[in-house]
Design a protein around this ligand. Structure first.
Ligand code: ADP
Length: 542
């Protein structure tokens, strides 16, 4: 027997409709690419996005067509998203930190028809325009004045398109399973693969992230969305903020400590989200000032493991709660969060720390499990490593154009490629990417755990650990440290610092100081590049 409730397709245009009607005057504030801080409202964004929908329809965009954005977080970027999604076209977010070859590969694979972009990226587009045969138009998120002399011939100004088209446009009216967004994973192995979100999956992900123990946003929050819109949909913030009517602050191109601090304070931000490196930069900058964080209450940090030093500095020095989160492009992205259960909340801050360092527990809507290499069960004892698998209505079921073939197992689970433990309280902890875990003497060493401890050394800015071939043990850990500016240190200082904090057989065989620990397109340590750089390196223990 079927239920008798209304058929109300879960399409994301309804989120912005809601914001425009019930939170019309709530501000969206942007540090613009042109420089000044600019302000609009949800009603303003809604009106302009509708005009832009008409404009791209006039440019030939049909339902199902892919329209790319190569842009910083801004109010205009949000307008472009909803303009595309509202008419049933697919919004494809491009990561500007990718190399030109990767960008071209992705644009061609997606067959993008239009690219919305910022003036920042005109040079790279101009240089590679001839390699993008499917792209018919480039629309720059700016006005005619700032477009003048732009490097791409025939590029259009979004402001002109908005001015010259009416706002009368019907959104939605299609099935909720219609494709809505496309985001390629960075492809640390093989070519990048496209994750194709549906309206329904984005809508459900929005509702789940709004649970109190997930992001728990409210209309009383002011949210600084530092995590880029091209990094797994800004972790859903460009949907969840309008859904609850939270004031939204967008950092544009500037994510350095000073610029972030300025926005946090002048806009009275209460909540923010970003990868650890952003917060490391903010905290480093804060230490050079006497500034306080007067309004910020909570930051969600994920994308890579959060070092203890960040959690402590936020808590001890600035009274800010850190919520550690795990997810991936394939999971929309939120999969788990380390919010405390009542049992954990009852502990002292120090005793809570082991839980805060874990990636946490899944909300309703996400099914998680660990398996061993042959698909058997793994005890949830907090020690035994297993492969992390996930299932749910906003988890990828296949990649765009079937790249990578069948990605679900017989039970319908997606293998995340992460190795993890789950403890008796249900807290999951990532021990490594399956390809980064160090296999030593038949046992596994977590590179992440050593990195996090080493990064807590007062002289360290960042630390990375890779496995290096060893004739007897198969692989042994090599610790690389980037010191804070002006610091000097010896390998022994770091070995001493690690002693007692990790098992003896986990101790690195060598410590090397490097000028730079390279970061990939989403701000994570680029281990592939480090392994290339150290391809000829031999351990002193060999
Ligand atoms: P990529 O950066 O490769 O494009 P994602 O942004 O989708 O892809 O990254 C997903 C991966 O990032 C996860 O599978 C996991 O390995 C890692 N990751 C995400 N959050 C965390 C976290 N809190 N701690 C450790 N690793 C994390």
């Amino acid at each position: 027997m079927r239920g008798l409730m209304q058929d109300w397709p879960l399409t994301v245009d309804k989120i912005l409709d809601h914001a425009a009607e019930w939170h019309a005057g709530r501000e969206v504030v942007t540090r613009s690419v042109e420089g000044p801080i600019v302000r609009t409202t949800y009603a303003g964004i809604h009106e302009r996005a509708k005009r832009l929908s008409n404009a791209i329809k006039a440019l030939g965009v049909q339902p199902g067509d892919r329209v790319a954005t190569l842009a910083w977080n801004s109010g205009r970027h949000i307008e472009a998203w909803y303009a595309v999604m509202g008419i049933g076209a697919v919004c494809h977010t491009l990561n500007p930190r990718l190399f030109a070859d990767q960008l071209c590969y992705i644009i061609n694979h997606a067959e993008d028809k239009i690219i919305f972009t910022d003036t920042t990226f005109l040079p790279v587009l101009a240089e590679n325009r001839h390699r993008m045969p499917t792209v018919k138009h480039i629309v720059v998120l700016t006005d005619e004045d700032h477009l003048k002399g732009g490097a791409v011939a025939g590029a259009l100004s979004s402001e002109t398109l908005i001015e010259t088209h009416g706002g009368d446009c019907v959104w939605g009216g299609f099935d909720e399973t219609t494709a809505c967004g496309l985001c390629y994973t960075s492809g640390t192995t093989g070519n990048p693969k496209g994750v194709l979100y549906s309206h329904r999956s984005n809508f459900l992900h929005t509702l789940v992230t709004l649970q109190t123990d997930v992001m728990g946003l409210s209309v009383r929050d002011t949210v600084l969305a530092v995590v880029p819109m091209f990094h797994a949909n800004a972790w859903g913030l460009t949907f969840s903020c309008p859904a609850v009517g939270a004031k939204l602050v967008m950092p544009g191109p500037k994510m350095d400590g000073e610029s972030i601090l300025e926005l946090l304070e002048t806009e009275a931000v209460t909540f923010s989200a970003a990868v650890p490196t952003v917060w490391q930069m903010l905290l480093a900058h804060l230490r050079t000032t006497t500034a306080r964080l007067t309004t910020l209450k909570r930051v969600v940090i994920g994308g890579s493991a959060v070092p203890e030093a960040i959690i402590r500095a936020f808590h001890d020095d600035y009274g800010v709660e850190v919520v550690h989160a795990w997810g991936m492009t394939e999971t929309s992205p939120l999969g788990t969060l380390s919010t405390p259960t009542p049992e954990v909340a009852a502990l002292s801050f120090d005793d809570q720390m082991p839980y805060k360092l874990k990636q946490g527990r899944p909300p309703a809507g996400v099914q998680l499990r660990l398996t061993d290499d042959i698909g058997g069960g793994v005890p949830y004892d907090g020690h035994t490593f297993g492969r992390l698998q996930i299932k749910g209505s906003f988890i990828a079921g296949a990649y765009f154009k079937s790249e990578g073939g069948d990605i679900l197992d017989a039970d319908g689970f997606f293998d995340t490629g992460d190795v993890a433990t789950i403890d008796a309280e249900g807290y999951m902890q990532i021990t490594d990417r399956a390809k980064d875990v160090i296999k030593s003497g038949g046992e596994w060493i977590s590179s992440i755990e050593i990195e996090n401890i080493a990064a807590g050394h007062p002289k360290a800015l960042m630390a990375a650990v890779i496995g290096v071939p060893h004739p007897k043990w198969d692989e042994r850990p090599l610790l690389l440290v980037q010191l804070k500016t002006g610091e000097a240190a010896t390998a022994e200082e770091f070995m001493q610092f690690l002693t007692g904090k990790i098992a003896k057989w986990w101790m690195p065989d060598d410590v090397r100081f490097v000028d730079e620990i390279p970061l990939g397109g989403t701000g994570k340590i680029d281990k592939k590049l480090i392994r290339q750089r150290f391809a000829d390196y031999r351990l002193p223990t060999v």
